[in-house]
Design a protein around this ligand. Structure first.
Ligand SMILES: O=C(O)c1ccccc1NCC(=O)[C@H](O)[C@H](O)COP(=O)(O)O
Length: 213
């Protein structure tokens, strides 16, 4: 099986090229001004054009108003929109009736009860991304959570794993959770917001090594 790999928080064409070369399946563009990875709408639209058709582009928003959400989708034309704030299942469900796009919902995992929260999104989102709980930022924190909570986890929706993943720990994360999608941001950076092409390559290689073991 080929685990899907999302490299998140890209802001340059060079990092997109590196993700493609390394074999990532998804890239994330963060539109959230408080993030060191924030890209303006026009910049995100331009980066989106750089991605080949084989690479899925995920737009990340955090508690954005409906107007901004629909405008960002219209301007950037992502394949997927990922909500990384406290967006309710009802809000996402209503959005789904107005825009025809795949929707992911990120949820911070503290304990087993956090996993139950995901059930609320069964009829709203297409995928749940389990991440570390919010710190100063809601995502891209570089923190991991207790992956053993996801061992044997079954969910109606497909789900992915994020939070503190690096080339050094991703095999352990895959072995514990058997997730089909891994997402990293800080783990492939040399500084917040600065992607490192060698770390992107090493991360993707570690995932492929696990897939082929
Ligand atoms: O990356 C950010 O700066 C960010 C800011 C606000 C909301 C979400 C954000 N990133 C979301 C992602 O999907 C990250 O890849 C995910 O949280 C994992 O991040 P990391 O622990 O740094 O690998």
């Amino acid at each position: 099986m080929n685990t899907q790999i999302k490299i998140c928080g890209l802001s340059t064409e060079a990092s997109i090229d590196a993700a493609v070369k390394a074999g990532a399946s998804h890239i994330g563009l963060v539109h959230f001004e408080k993030s060191p990875r924030h890209v303006a709408l026009e910049q995100a639209a331009s980066l989106r054009m750089r991605a080949p058709a084989s690479l899925k582009v995920v737009l990340l928003l955090v508690n954005a108003e409906l107007d901004l959400t629909t405008k960002a989708i219209e301007v950037i034309k992502p394949d997927i929109v990922q909500f990384h704030g406290s967006e309710s299942a009802q809000w996402i469900h209503a959005l789904k009736n107005t825009v025809d796009i795949e929707i992911w919902k990120a949820l911070g995992v503290r304990d087993a009860a956090s996993l139950k929260t995901a059930d609320e999104y069964d009829n709203a989102a297409d995928l749940i991304l389990f991440d570390a709980p919010a710190q100063a930022l809601p995502g891209g924190t570089g923190m991991r959570f207790d992956w053993s909570l996801l061992t044997e986890h079954k969910h109606k929706l497909p789900w992915g794993l994020a939070g503190g993943l690096t080339s050094d720990n991703v095999k352990e994360a895959l072995a514990q959770t058997r997730t089909q999608l891994v997402d990293t941001s800080s783990g492939v950076e040399s500084a917040p917001g600065i992607k490192d092409v060698d770390k992107i390559a090493a991360f993707c290689q570690a995932v492929r090594d696990y897939d082929n073991h």
